[in-house]
Design a protein around this ligand. Structure first.
Ligand SMILES: [Zn+2]
Length: 142
């Protein structure tokens, strides 16, 4: 899944749209590590981490996680099976058994924070590109 796919609310979760629109997302930091781009965001006091396969690119596959309970209980399992779960060792219980009550149909998506965070990335892609350029230039002179 890429950022665009994560930002799209899947049909079974469309009733969450209002909640998602009300969320406020903050960019916390961007790391470039081994040419990979990792974006840290904050939404509702939970932290989202979006890790790109390589450089920042909306069409590049990403792995994601969020510190909220819903991410753990509803989405970690299905994301793991689709190779989209970042730091799976943090979700061992969730990835070894199926989600119990919610998301029984294993809808491939993120929690509302991940959806809002990926929408934020798309809306702010120019700012993020500038941030990355500044960061790379700074590192060159260190
Ligand atoms: Zn979340």
């Amino acid at each position: 899944m890429n950022v665009k796919e994560f930002a799209t609310i899947p049909a079974p979760l469309i009733n969450r749209q209002k909640d998602i629109n009300a969320l406020v997302v903050f960019l916390k930091d961007i790391y470039i590590y081994n040419f990979k781009c990792i974006i840290l965001l904050n939404c509702n006091n939970y932290q989202q981490k979006i890790s790109f396969e390589r450089e920042f690119d909306l069409d590049s596959n990403v792995k994601v996680n969020c510190t909220c309970p819903s991410f753990n209980f509803e989405f970690a399992n299905v994301l793991y099976k689709n190779d989209c779960l970042l730091e799976p060792n943090k979700y061992l219980k969730a990835i070894t058994k199926l989600p119990q009550e919610k998301n029984r149909k294993s809808t491939l998506s993120g929690c509302k924070h991940v959806i809002a965070a990926t929408q934020f990335i798309i809306e702010n892609q120019n700012k993020i590109n500038q941030f990355i350029k500044r960061k790379i230039n700074k590192e060159k002179f260190l």
